[in-house]
Design a protein around this ligand. Sequence first.
Ligand code: IMP
Ligand code: MG
Length: 179
Amino acid sequence: MTDSLIQIHDRYFKPMISHDEIIRKVESIALEINNLNCKHPVFISVLNGSFMFTSDLCKYITLQPKICFIKIASYEGIESTGAIKELIGITEDLKDKDVFIIEDIIDTGNTLEYLYNHILKEKPKKIYTISLLFKPEAYKREISVNFVGFKIPNNFVIGYGMDYNELGRNLQDIYTLAH
Ligand code: IMP
Ligand code: MG
């Protein structure tokens, strides 16, 4: 991981979590999920931010999950707008399935709560929630996050799928605002 700052749009970001650290964590989350021995797992990856995490996580999964994607948006710039617009729906049958919601990062929890309630209507057997990053100080909801990679302070981050106004998603490390 480089020590240097990177500029995206008008902001500077500094390295926070290296790719190696991320992958070690992803592997350990996968191990825990494998140990659940779910019969009919369906992974629902929340686009766009979760694409890289989902992709790496799946490589270590020894279950046979169906993998699908949902796209919802609540963020503009570096702050959550609160309002959620569903953009791509779920086509998979979730009834009696073990559903795993895969998030890149959970901030206020608005997105997670919205998704959770939406999925609950499909009568799954169980819903598990997974997030690579979790901001405990920002979280305002009751739904528990079953698998968390890293708890982080309430600061804006980018990289490993996460963006600042659509840039930075391709970075292999995670960066945080420098100032
Ligand atoms: P929430 O609804 O406030 O929990 O925000 C959830 C979504 O906002 C995440 O899935 C991300 O896509 C995005 N998000 C939250 N915090 C950050 C951040 O620090 N950097 C980039 N995206 C973020
Ligand atoms: Mg997201």
